[in-house]
Each structure stands twice: as C-alpha cells, then as structure tokens.
Design a protein around this ligand. Structure first.
Ligand code: ADP
Length: 376
C-alpha cells in the first residue's frame, strides 16, 4: 500500500472540521443546559445536522479556495522539477495563490528562455568545434605535404648537386669532340649529337631540380605583379598552341609592388599556363585574377589561374607538386613544372595551392606577401 503524505491543505481541513465538531459539541451542551425539557432525540438530530451542514460548507469553500490551487501548484512544481518548462498556470485569483502562480509562470518562462539560450549556445559551440576540427585537419595535411615536399627537395638537391658537375663535363667535352670530328664523319657526328642532346636534357632536369630545392641564385627587385602577368600573356599569346584559348583577365588596380625575382615568378606563370593549355588540349578558357587579400601575416597578393579543362582527379590532387610526378606521356612531361613553381613561391615567402573539381577545371592560387626589397 502506498502511503500518501498528508498535504498541508488536508491538515488544515482536518483542523477546521475538528474545530467545527468542537463548536458543535459546545453549542449542543449549551442547548441542553438552556432547554433541559427538550428530548435527547431532538438534540441529537439538531447536533448531527448542524455539524454535517457546517462541515460540508467549509469543506466546499476550503477545497475551492485553498486545496485545489495548492495541489495544482504542487503538481506544477513537480512537473517543473522534472524539466517540463512549457507549463502555464492560470488560477484567476488576485490573492497570494494567484501571485504564487504568477511567480511560477515567470520562473517557467525564464527557464524556457534559459533552455533556448543553452541549446543555441550548444549548437554554435558544436559548429565552432566542427569548423576548428576541419581547419586543424587541413592545416595538418598541409604541414605533412609541405614536410614531404621539403624532404623530397633536400633529396633532389643532393642528387642534382652530384649530377651537375659530371653532366657539365659530358656536355663540354662532347662539344669539344664535335669540333674535332671531321665534317665527313657523318655517322659519328650524328651519334655525338644524340649524346649532346640527351646530356643537355639531363642538364635541364637538374637545373629544374635545383630550382625546386631553391639552390639557384635569384635577383629580386620591386615588381608590379600585374605588369608581370601582362608580359607573360604577351609571351604566350604569340604561340600557336594558345591561338584557340580565350583569356579572361581581371587584375586589381593599384596592387602594391612586391619584392620578387621577376624571371622566376614569370617561370611560375608560364608553367601554370602551359599546364592549362595542355589539359585543355589547346582549346578553352583561362582566367587570371589578381587581388589583395588578408593573409595570416598581413596583406598579400593573391593570383588565381583557372582553366576550363577536365580538372585534376582527386586521387592525384595531393601529388601534383611532387618532383617527377606527371600524367603526361613520356617525352612531353618531366613532372618538374609544378614542383619548381612550388619551390620558387616558397622561396618568396608565399604559398601555392590547387583546387579542382571533375569537369570544372583546375584553379591554382598563389599568395605572395607584399615584401619590400632590402635597401629600397
Ligand atoms: P608536367 O607538366 O611535366 O607533367 P607538372 O609538375 O607541371 O609536370 O604537372 C604535374 C601534373 O599535374 C601534370 O602531369 C598533370 O597531371 C597535373 N596538372 C597540372 N596542371 C594541371 C591542369 N591545369 N589541369 C589538369 N591537370 C594538371
């Protein structure tokens, strides 16, 4: 059996009924004392009727005015403590009960507001954590890639350095031998020419590797990047491979000059344009945009080279800056264009990144800090 606790209202009701009984008893005694001639039956009927009528009336009045609102308040407090903040209490009375109910409504309203604020806060916190996590993952990938490229660069530099001297010897002595060979010795001269061509090709690759590993000397000066882009465009537009390419150029006016090696930066622009025209099979659109952006270390120039080619498949996107990575047929690509470009941009304190989606072309982004040459 469940023992229900006696509520305060019930206790009060019990006390009132007891008082009524007591008053009834006193009145009945008074009645008997004043009217000793009245019969006991008459007295009993009067006493029972009086006590019953007054108890019923007071029970009705008490239940309406106190017990009902009190138990309503009690239930509301229970559901509030169990988290039901949507409750509304309408007691329609102006007494203390009404005021208590109104206070409870205010508390419930504030709790709803508090709960909504907390939910909103939790949502924005979750969003922030998600954003930061993806930023950290991206930064980590970037770091791993940069570290991988740096170690490849160190290895390439070592190999290139070792190969450079013997190759220079081969090329120099082959030329000397060619000079000594009589003109009628055609077969020997042809074969020697093949040796010279191949050795020179090796030299170009080695030079490329040295460029990637930043081991070549550079000459920096204050350069207007927009002018450099225009010069490179003038250079490629005259080549037949670019005849069917439409250029869309949008250069931000008044971009500050930057301290760069113009030859090296131009080489980067050329590499990007040649890759774009190769990917588009010499027909399509190349758009070039320059703008100033807010980077991690202040204002930077951002250059975007986008093409309308097939794009770079996701599985090789992370490898395009690796030395010797190429998808071009043998003899066409060396896989050094982008790795050399990467080395050059890094050397200038900037960064080069790529974004691509299937059939939406490839976009290369170069960011260069607005540096001033020493002594300027
Ligand atoms: P190479 O041009 O000699 O192949 P790169 O380092 O310049 O060497 O380029 C590496 C590879 O990156 C290319 O072989 C090609 O697969 C890919 N690539 C570079 N630029 C683009 C581009 N604009 N569109 C599609 N693929 C590209």
């Amino acid at each position: 059996m469940v023992m229900r606790k006696m509520t305060l209202a019930n206790k009060l009701l019990l006390a009132i009924v007891s008082i009524i009984l007591l008053v009834g008893l006193v009145l009945a005694s008074f009645f008997v004392f004043r009217h000793p001639e009245a019969g006991m039956d008459e007295f009993a009927v009067f006493a029972v009727f009086f006590v019953f009528a007054v108890s019923a009336l007071s029970y009705f009045v008490f239940a309406r005015l106190i017990t009902k609102p009190l138990s309503l308040l009690n239930r509301s407090m229970d559901s509030l403590s169990q988290g039901d903040t949507d409750l509304r209490l309408d007691l329609h009375s102006r007494d203390e009960m009404g005021m208590l109910a109104e206070s409870l409504n205010v508390i419930a309203r504030e709790l709803i507001q508090y709960r909504d604020d907390m939910e909103q806060c939790a949502k924005s916190l979750e969003e922030e954590v998600r954003k930061k996590t993806s930023e950290i993952i991206k930064a980590q990938e970037h770091l791993i890639n940069a570290e991988k490229l740096a170690s490849l660069g160190r290895m390439a530099a070592g190999v290139a350095h070792e190969l450079n001297s013997p190759l220079t010897g081969i090329v120099t002595f082959s030329h000397l031998l060619m000079r000594r060979l009589p003109p009628e010795n055609i077969q020997d001269r042809d074969e020697l020419k093949v040796i010279i061509d191949q050795a020179e090709r090796c030299s170009r690759i080695v030079k490329g590797l040295l460029g990637f590993s930043r081991k070549t000397a550079s000459e920096s000066s204050m350069v207007n990047i927009n002018t450099l882009i225009q010069n490179t465009l003038a250079l490629v537009k005259n080549q037949s491979r670019f005849y069917n390419v439409h250029f869309h150029v949008d250069l931000e006016r008044n971009l500050p000059e930057i301290c760069v090696d113009p030859n090296q930066i131009q080489q980067v622009f050329l590499n990007l344009m040649i890759n774009a025209v190769d990917a588009m099979e010499e027909r399509g659109d190349i758009s070039i945009v320059s703008r100033s952006v807010e980077g991690a270390e202040g204002k930077m120039a951002e250059l975007e080279f986008a093409d309308s080619g097939p794009g770079i498949p996701e599985e090789i996107l992370g490898r395009v800056f690796e030395p010797f990575f190429t998808t071009k047929p043998p003899g066409k690509g060396t896989g050094l264009g982008l790795s050399v470009s990467y080395g050059i941009i890094k050397k200038h304190g900037g960064e080069i990144t790529v974004r691509s989606r299937k059939d939406k072309g490839a976009s290369f982004f170069i960011r260069l800090p607005f540096r001033v040459c020493r002594g300027e």
